[in-house]
Design a protein around this ligand. Structure first.
Ligand code: ADP
Ligand code: FBP
Length: 316
């Protein structure tokens, strides 16, 4: 079973504005609402890839109800704790003329200590030996930044593989607990090591340190430029696939979904990264945080180009 935890979900409101300009009146050409937040998107991706997942976390108010309804419509198993307040709405401005995607993410409601304790308890009860627990996205601002670290340590004790996709202190503290897989994007990696990363070689060099904490797999996502997959023994550079870009929101989550499915199915590394690259590229071709279609993913898988690195030299 793949369980996802979203402690700060969001209704994603994607608005398309041609030639978006700040300090001007902008006219919206289309708008859509999606159930969002990183773990929820991962559950949607897992569902598209034909595996079962359980989406867990915190929801609040009418927006929370909307998210639950959307998951129910998709028949994605979910078990959220409803708390007071209102789940946030995140605005995504897509400008197809200037090829820009602008995210305006709300902070989200705080959570009371007993509610948090209940969610942690429910989540740990839901996972068992051999399961995968995906911990991703921001958390309510009143929660200790070691929350993912605590969950990773407790899940590991139960024989659960954890996937961490977070930023800042959540990522830093989470890594120290040794998750099975981490997926930073290049900006997250830069913030983690407080350094500028201007090449793939530098990214690989910087990320090597993460293995010291017991992490098994690192996937550094590079947007349209592809990604880098690293284990202690080998590194694979993955070229980006050229696709028609509709919305890049949710690309990282689709990648995490495919990686979770690949781990669940015990795929070899090359097969795993092919699926992850194709699934994330397919999601870029859809509106909002809709996942790509399976037939599109299968076609894109054939286009994935991998370059192996051995001791930081290209070997094939
Ligand atoms: N414009 C794009 N064209 C093709 N693939 C893309 C594009 N943007 C993202 N992807 C795919 O999605 C993955 C995750 O995207 P990225 O933007 O790095 O993640 P995040 O959303 O976490 O910042 C990339 O590694 C790549 O495989
Ligand atoms: O929790 P955060 O970091 O604010 O991110 C939440 C936002 O990220 C998303 O999950 C999309 O993430 P990615 O583009 O990284 O895949 C949106 O659905 C949501 O609005």
């Amino acid at each position: 079973m793949i369980v996802t935890l979203t402690l700060n979900p969001a209704v994603d409101k994607t608005i398309e504005i041609d030639s978006f300009q700040i300090n001007h009146v902008n006219r919206v050409s289309s708008a859509r609402l999606d159930a969002g937040g990183k773990g929820i998107n991962v559950s949607k991706g897992v569902h598209t890839l034909g595996e079962k997942s359980k989406a867990m976390g915190i929801l609040a108010g009418k927006s929370g109800q909307f998210i639950k309804e959307q998951l129910d419509i998709l028949k994605i198993d979910n078990d959220f704790l409803f708390v007071g307040g209102e789940t946030r709405t995140n605005i995504k401005v897509v400008d197809r003329i200037n090829h820009s995607n602008t995210d305006i993410n709300e902070k989200g409601p705080d959570i009371a200590e007993p509610d948090l304790a209940e969610v942690i308890c429910k989540t740990l009860e839901a996972v068992h030996d051999g399961d995968i627990l995906v911990l991703s996205g921001s958390v309510p601002s009143n929660i200790d930044s070691n929350i993912y670290g605590v969950l990773i340590a407790r899940a590991k004790e139960k024989g659960v593989k954890t996937i961490l996709d977070a930023d800042g202190a959540l990522l830093k503290q989470g890594i120290k607990a040794g998750p099975y897989l981490v997926k930073p994007n290049i900006y997250e990696l830069e913030r983690l090591y407080n350094t500028q990363i201007t090449s793939k070689e530098k990214a690989i060099e910087v990320a090597m340190d993460i293995f010291a904490y017991g992490v098994e797999l690192i996937v550094i996502s590079l947007g349209e430029e592809g990604s880098i997959l690293m284990t202690k023994e080998e590194t694979v550079i993955v070229e980006g696939i050229e696709v028609d870009v509709i919305s890049t929101v949710g690309a990282g989550d689709s990648m995490v979904a495919a990686l979770a499915v690949a781990i669940h199915r015990d795929y070899p590394l090359e097969k795993a990264i092919r699926l992850a690259t194709a699934t994330s590229a397919a999601s870029v071709m859809t509106s909002g945080t809709e996942t790509g279609e399976m037939n599109v993913i299968e076609q894109l898988e054939k286009k994935v180009k991998l370059i192996s690195y051995d001791n930081r030299e290209v070997v094939k």
